[in-house]
Design a protein around this ligand. Sequence first.
Ligand code: UDP
Ligand code: MG
Length: 341
Amino acid sequence: MTAQLTHNSQLISLVIPCHNEAGNIEPLYLAIKEVLTHRLEPFEIIFVDDGSSDGTPSMLRELAGIDERVHVIELVRNFGKEIAITAGLNHASGTAAICLDADLQHPPALIPELLARWREGAEVVVGVRQTGRKHAPLLKRMGSGLFYKLMNAVTDVKIVAHATDYRLIDRVVIDEFNRFTEHNRITRGLIDWIGFRRAYVEFTPARRYAGEAAYSYIKLISLALNSFVSMSLFPLRAAGYLGLIIMLTSGPLGLFILIEKYLMHDPWHLNISGPAILAVIILFMVGIILVSLGLMALYVATIHTEVLNRPLYIARREGGRRPLYGHVVTAGTEKRKAIHA
Ligand code: UDP
Ligand code: MG
């Protein structure tokens, strides 16, 4: 793994996916600079232009020309935020990376706190949106509440409600993340799956600085569905469970009718009608079909997990955590120069 060998032992990488964010780039850049220039650790900003159709790419290029700490990855078309973040993390060379949105909803002022938690030993520091998102419409809030309930019910990975993509991840986690090859991915879900020591930092999201959120309700629903499918096999098995329930109720009912009406000649005078009997038989058949589907789903589930080809387990490397990146002792401009030489 070359990334491991070449990464810079002090550098913090900021990974920022941008899709039509022309109005936000400059304020974001200035805000980050303001927060980070007084700090000891050097930083790089990796902007990933996710197929923007406005002035975003040219602005980013201009910025990269002015500031050597700015790097730009231009995707040739819009691949979606998850892929854009992945591209950024693939190219991050820091000892830790911080992912944040370009629209200033993830306040750069929180960065020192993320770094502090990381210094204390957390390998994943997750920004958790404080509940009562006043800016978001009610429907969106209710939707996200339902999403987390369902998600926690059906997946093995513990998912903290309102955890966002605003998070710091240590180099050890970046290296593991970079090994994943699955296409249909939810970045934060994967990071949760990977594990490692985590800490949570609460923040209140700001209003989007400029432009409109690119995620429409339809896109959000498809994102939620994607999360379910990529993080859980439950939806696949659901048909089978439903079939089992149907079979287990209609089966005994059918048996009861058979015995009561035809063997005992209706001692209770229930007078069960022909259509009712037919309904029970059909219901039982539907149950059989669903159970068969469920069985097939078990095979599909196996194929699914094999195709994802995730690592079987992730172990800590020898000697525990990283080789003591420790605290940065010198701010030195020489050091900063060396990094960008
Ligand atoms: N984004 C992206 N590709 C897309 C859509 C969005 O890279 O196809 C970026 C966008 O530029 C922003 C972040 O993802 O930095 C979050 O997007 P947005 O603000 O639209 O979503 P929300 O705030 O609703 O999560
Ligand atoms: Mg936003």
